[in-house]
Design a protein around this ligand. Structure first.
Ligand code: ATR
Length: 291
């Protein structure tokens, strides 16, 4: 821990609960690597004190904040500005100090994009299979459309939910990008090789033997699979992707990159590749207990 003095800048996390967050590890380590006089502290905030927390943070000259569950959408009315992608998604996880308050960003999604790019996957022109239609998968659908993906096949157990997301995304972007499908209709996806994103809660610790689709015929269509889950580090979905000949990644890199991108926004600097790799390693070490 660096010495705290009169010049120390503070960044923080607001949410409820915040006890299990890995963000202090990311940001306090980055402060050390980049030699910034900065500390990162999580704050648990009650729902009826959210506005007071944001205004108070501004008054206290807090440099930047992360926002976590359950306030990623609820905080938006208290912001001065919202970045375009975050506005489309309707959720922010990063607040950057600006004139009069904070500007909201969604580095969860730009972090996923960045993690993919570090593996050589570029969403522009890609065809994507997206498993799930909940909050996380919905955000991924917006990211894909925003980043210029050609097509997103959104598979969900409850078709109506995928229908709604598809309608929403397609109307915002004015093109027929997302096609909803019932989960069991995965064989209707045209032959080819796809990037697949696992955005359901199936396979999460401790239910580690479960995957939302288990048929090997499905996995033959996947050249690269991303699981948003990182506990466990090697999910059943990832194992099935590899068995089908594809590459598979968990959500740890996305977690690292959402933090790194927030840190870059707050400090107006670029984190080096080596520093980013060290952060990913530290997170892997910290979450190993779940494997
Ligand atoms: P989050 O905000 O993390 O995305 P969520 O909104 O509760 O969480 O969404 C959970 C996702 O996992 C949904 O796509 C859900 O499918 P339904 O919309 O049909 O509920 C999916 N999911 C959860 N349990 C599932 C299961 N046992 N089989 C298939 N899909 C499941």
């Amino acid at each position: 821990m660096r010495d705290v003095d009169g010049r120390t800048r503070v960044c923080s996390l607001i949410g409820n609960p915040v006890e299990h967050t890995l963000s202090p590890l990311i940001h306090n380590t980055l402060a050390e690597y980049t030699e910034k006089n900065l500390i990162y502290v999580p704050f648990s905030v009650e729902a009826d004190r959210l506005e007071a927390a944001v205004r108070g943070a501004y008054a206290l000259h807090i440099l930047g904040l992360n926002v976590t569950v359950p306030y990623k959408s609820a905080v938006i009315p208290y912001l001065e500005e919202v970045d375009e992608l975050a506005k489309q998604i309707g959720a922010v996880n990063t607040l950057v100090r600006c004139e009069g308050g904070y500007k909201g960003y969604n580095t969860d999604m730009t972090g996923l994009k960045r993690a993919m790019e570090s593996d050589g996957i570029y969403l522009e022109g890609e065809s994507v299979i997206l498993l799930g239609a909940g909050g996380a998968a919905r955000a991924v659908a917006f990211l894909c459309a925003h980043a210029g993906a050609e097509k997103v096949w959104m598979l969900n157990r409850t078709l109506e939910r995928a229908d709604r997301v598809a309608e929403e995304v397609n109307s915002v972007f004015g093109r027929d990008c997302v096609t909803p499908l019932l989960l069991t209709d995965y064989d209707k996806i045209p032959k080819g090789k796809y990037v697949a994103v696992q955005g359901t809660s199936v396979g999460l610790h401790p239910d580690v033997e479960a995957a939302v689709v288990t048929d090997s015929a499905f996995y033959e269509k996947v050249h690269t699979g991303y699981d948003l889950v990182y506990k466990p580090g090697d999910t059943k979905f990832m194992q099935l992707v590899r068995a089908g000949g594809g590459r598979a990644f968990n959500g740890l890199k996305m977690l690292a990159w959402q933090g790194i991108l927030a840190y870059e926004l707050w400090n107006d600097i670029v984190v080096t590749k080596e520093q980013a790799q060290n952060i990913i390693e530290k997170l892997r070490e910290k979450t190993k207990v779940y494997e």
